[in-house]
Write a protein that binds this ligand. Structure first.
Ligand SMILES: [Zn+2]
Length: 429
């Protein structure tokens, strides 16, 4: 072995020893988990937030002039060492405001986080006797509604509402312009309780940046809502869009008795009864007589990155006195290069499903390229289904007669099952 080689080996040994020593120091630092203090971020608006440390107790330094703190004791941006006495005092369930610092017990923190890998957790104080909590996913508005019934006036106000996004912890009502917080706005409205006099119903509306899947857990010392990417929760996600609605009635049957918007919603509701029994998570652009912009309809599917978007419509032939213009047609667009094959497949499967089940006339799978907003702007496989002609007597029956509607609903259902299998190889049960 040459001298140079020996020297190199000696150098490597020294480096190795240095590395080990360095790592030891790091481990030592981490294992001293008495206290971690963190960077403070606050604004003139009064919210505050702090980075949550990975180990030890978590100290959130809050603004000195925050009215929620109590005693006005000077605080600094520096790391704060909490002495043993204070740590022993941490007996509150999950958070304690002490001398300007909010201290989250590490065990509690771990308990809240668990194996959770979602985007945010909302923490609501525990319920008292008689109080009831329910959540409602208002996904068209990217909002979560949390309703708490039969509570006292001062309960569940904005200062008691907390959220965790990534490793950032928030209290308060104002939007923190910090990357990583999916929450854009929190609003609390207090109403009189329907059940008990002198009691209140609190409605907490949390506006998000996207649609999430929400799961409510009730523990003895807190209620926690997990907010996750819907695809982490559901295996299959699709959007059903009953066409038109509100002032936009669509087309009419001859004589004007039946409106396209009513037929679409009626069929969608019956389809929902069937799809509710499957493992598919279905989002509906409307289940009432709502006016919706096309942008909102396609936006729902895009925001969800849904497996498919199905829009329900009816046709009308203006020269309705000419007999024989009837049947089912599905439309897609080849504009989106990535989705054109999938969209065409979806349109074909839906047409097959309906025609095979109802025996209606098979028209075509039509490429509408650029002229239909929903198809043009969909980032997911999409089809518009023209379920029949309102100008044709027999088609109209299929879409309005109670018994015959069942066939149409079964046809749509069979088309969806077929499409899931053909497009994704998924067998829906
Ligand atoms: Zn229409």
């Amino acid at each position: 072995m040459k001298d140079v080689q020996l020297r190199n080996i000696a150098l490597m040994c020294i480096c190795f020893v240095m590395l080990v020593t360095g790592a030891g120091l790091l481990i030592d630092e981490k294992s001293d988990n008495r206290v971690e203090a963190n960077e403070r971020k606050d604004s003139e608006d009064g919210w505050f937030a702090a980075e949550i440390s990975q180990s030890g107790r978590v100290v959130v330094t809050v603004a000195n002039d925050d009215p929620r703190i109590g005693p006005q004791i000077p605080v600094t941006d520096q790391a704060v060492n909490v002495d043993e006495q204070v740590t022993e005092d941490v007996t509150e369930p999950y958070i304690m405001i002490n001398e300007g610092n909010a201290i989250i017990d590490n065990d509690r923190w771990r308990e809240l986080r668990g194996d959770y890998s979602g985007v945010a957790q909302l923490i609501i104080p525990p319920l008292s006797d008689g109080e009831e909590i329910a959540i409602e996913d208002d996904y068209m508005n990217k909002s979560l509604k949390i309703m708490i019934d039969n509570c006292s006036d001062g309960d569940f106000d904005i200062g008691q509402f907390q959220r965790i996004a990534g490793n950032i912890y928030f209290i308060g009502d104002v939007i923190p312009e910090i990357a990583g917080d999916a929450v854009k706005k929190v609003k609390v409205v207090s109403k009189d309780s329907d059940v008990y006099e002198g009691r209140f119903r609190k409605e907490i509306t949390v506006k998000f940046d996207h649609i999430y899947a929400y799961r409510l857990h009730q523990y003895a010392d807190a209620c926690v809502v997990d907010c996750s990417n819907p695809h982490d929760v559901y295996d299959c996600i699709m959007v059903v869009d009953p066409g038109h609605g509100g002032i936009d009635v669509g087309c009419n049957s001859t004589g004007g008795k039946c409106l396209e918007k009513d037929i679409a919603i009626n069929i969608a509701k019956k389809l929902k009864e069937k799809l509710d029994k499957t493992s598919i998570k279905v989002y509906y652009t409307r289940l009432g007589d709502d006016s919706l912009a096309l942008r909102e309809r396609v936006g729902l599917a895009n925001d969800l990155n849904a497996d498919m978007l199905i829009s329900l419509h009816c046709n009308f032939y203006e020269r309705y006195w000419v007999p024989g213009v009837n049947g089912v047609e599905t439309l897609y667009s080849s504009v989106n290069k990535e989705k054109r094959i999938a969209s065409k497949k979806l349109a074909t499967d839906m047409l097959d499903g309906i025609v095979d089940t109802t025996g209606m006339r098979r028209r075509n799978v039509v490429n509408r390229k650029k002229d239909l907003y929903i198809l043009r702007n969909s980032e997911v496989p999409a089809t518009i289904i023209e379920m029949g002609y309102l100008s044709d007597k027999n088609d109209l029956k299929m879409l309005t007669n109670k018994k015959k509607i069942k066939k149409m609903v079964n046809g749509l259902y069979n088309g969806i099952i077929k499409a899931y299998y053909n497009m994704y190889g998924k067998v829906i049960e």
